[in-house]
Write a protein that binds this ligand. Structure first.
Ligand code: HEM
Ligand code: HEM
Ligand SMILES: *[C@@H]1O[C@H](CO)[C@@H](O)[C@H](O)[C@H]1NC(C)=O
Ligand SMILES: *[C@@H]1O[C@H](CO)[C@@H](O)[C@H](O)[C@H]1NC(C)=O
Length: 404
């Protein structure tokens, strides 16, 4: 090979490795994607800048990508939201656990050109100069073959805030993934996302990727369980105490059975979410599972009580189990709903509305129990007084109409 040819080949390959930025893209939904470029020198030495891009529709109030493999424990998070002036706000944050990540001024990161809001899509191209190490000794090894990342976003209106410390609503969708670095390493560009000569390797929903729509699951869980415990269960309990009409037992049974199905569904959703998201050691899910266990046989005990009652006209062991398990479970469930809302961090106004409603239903229920027990005692006294006059059969028929 002639010398000038050799030099030309050398120059070309050197130049192309400079211009050829390798970009790895992870798409967690059809329109939310994250991109990563690790310049060759950072991959070789383990320290230096890296480049990240976050892109998604402005129907999200915020979108975030974080470094870390323990969920929200000690994660280094890049959050973006609209700034209200056609650009995005880059808010580097740190999270200690499953609470709102707070602004972290120790992160040395800046927005690059190409960032902005266009056609209802927000894009942040950014360079991070110290992403190999962050506070509380979180580290990411860019010489390794992969690293653990988390991502999340929150549906809702645009935030239009340039405040990097702006308070944010909880995520509506989130997940974790392992990012293989091989296809992200290469080049020495000062803004790889602005290059025309780039190689993008896209992975969507890779095998290590998990993403659940927590908003829908949580919403159904909270609403189903609340309807069961603050509306239907107490209503069924009140009815059997204060009502007296033919077929009352079956109205009670139907209502409670429907509420019971709602609760079992809600419990299933709660367990699914709690296991995936590691919440199962909290008071709320533990009380919930106790309730599920306690109420599992409630329809059966109710039915057995009824069968016994038809024959004897009085309370049996089944009755006491059915009545007392029911009473305790309903009141405990009402309280547990409040604990659930505390756990998920919903707005205080929701908790207030819930508490007022639960309070009214709880008092109405306790009132009905008191009223029912007093009436029952009085009826039994009357019944024994008129014992000589009325046949047993007639009395039983009269009392069976309420079954209580
Ligand atoms: C998950 C389903 C159910 C729940 C949570 C439930 C709950 C309750 C509660 C809390 C009470 C007592 C009301 C009070 O004094 O505080 C009660 C009473 C009663 N339940 Fe149920 N119930 C359920 C299903 C059924 C079924 C399927 C039947 C009948 C087939 C039934 C029949 C009765 C009867 C007859 C009473 C009155 C007992 C008495 O006072 O002697 N229940 N139920
Ligand atoms: C097996 C039973 C249950 C389990 C495993 C469970 C689990 C959970 C979990 C993991 C959360 C979300 C916490 C978070 O995101 O920070 C939650 C929220 C909630 N839970 Fe439960 N729960 C159970 C039973 C109940 C019961 C009996 C109620 C009674 C009303 C209830 C009402 C709620 C409410 C209102 C929320 C807030 C929902 C929202 O943010 O929209 N749960 N639960
Ligand atoms: C957004 O801000 C970055 C950093 O200041 C800048 O480079 C970029 O051009 C801006 N985008 C728009 C659309 O103004
Ligand atoms: C993309 O990256 C994966 C994993 O790093 C690799 O197996 C695959 O060959 C790459 N594809 C392209 C087109 O570079």
């Amino acid at each position: 090979m002639r010398l000038h040819n050799f030099v030309a080949v050398l120059a070309t390959s050197a130049f192309s490795s400079l211009a050829h930025a390798q970009i790895s893209e992870q798409c967690v939904s059809s329109d939310v994607c994250y991109r990563l470029n690790i310049p060759a020198s950072t991959a070789r030495t383990g320290s230096g800048e890296i480049y990240l891009s976050i892109r998604g529709p402005t129907t999200n109030s915020w979108i975030a990508l974080g470094q870390g493999s323990n969920g929200m424990d000690n994660a280094n998070i890049f959050m973006i939201y609209t700034d209200g002036n056609g650009n995005v706000t880059l808010s580097p944050r740190h999270s200690r656990g499953e609470t709102m990540p707070l602004y972290d001024s120790a992160v040395d990161a800046e927005l690059l050109s190409g960032s902005g809001v266009q056609d209802d899509i927000m894009t942040a191209n950014l360079r991070c100069n110290n992403c190999e190490g962050w506070q509380s000794n979180g580290r990411m090894d860019f010489t390794a073959s992969s690293g653990g990342w988390i991502h999340a976003r929150s549906s809702g209106g645009a935030m239009d805030s340039s405040d990097v410390e702006a308070p944010i609503a909880m995520h509506s969708s989130h997940g974790e993934f392992t990012w293989p670095f091989a296809s992200a390493v290469g080049g020495a560009s000062i803004n790889p996302f602005a290059e025309t000569n780039i190689a993008v390797n896209t992975t969507s929903g890779g095998e290590n990727q998990s993403s659940i729509n927590t908003e829908a699951v949580l919403w159904c869980h909270g609403v189903f369980a609340s309807v069961a415990f603050v509306l239907l269960f107490p209503l069924g309990g009140v009815l059997i105490r204060v009502g007296s009409f033919p077929g009352l037992v079956w109205v009670h049974a139907g209502l409670q059975l429907f509420a019971w199905l709602l609760f079992v569904t809600a419990a299933g959703l709660g367990i699914y979410y709690g296991v995936i998201d590691d919440y199962m050691s909290q008071a709320h899910p533990i009380i919930g599972i106790l309730l599920l266990g306690a109420l599992l046989f409630q329809p059966l005990s109710g039915w057995l009580h009824h069968k016994r009652f038809i024959r004897t006209g009085g309370r049996s062991a089944f009755s006491y189990s059915h009545i007392w398990v029911g009473r305790v479970a309903i009141l405990l469930g009402m309280i547990n709903g409040g604990l659930g809302m505390q756990l998920s961090g919903v707005t205080t106004s929701y908790i207030i509305v819930y508490s007022v409603f639960a309070g009214i239903m709880g008092v109405a229920y306790l009132g009905a129990i008191g009223f029912g027990e007093i009436t029952r005692k009085r009826e039994r006294n009357t019944a024994s007084n008129i014992h000589e006059m009325t046949s047993h059969k007639e009395r039983a028929t009269a009392r069976r109409s309420s079954d209580a």
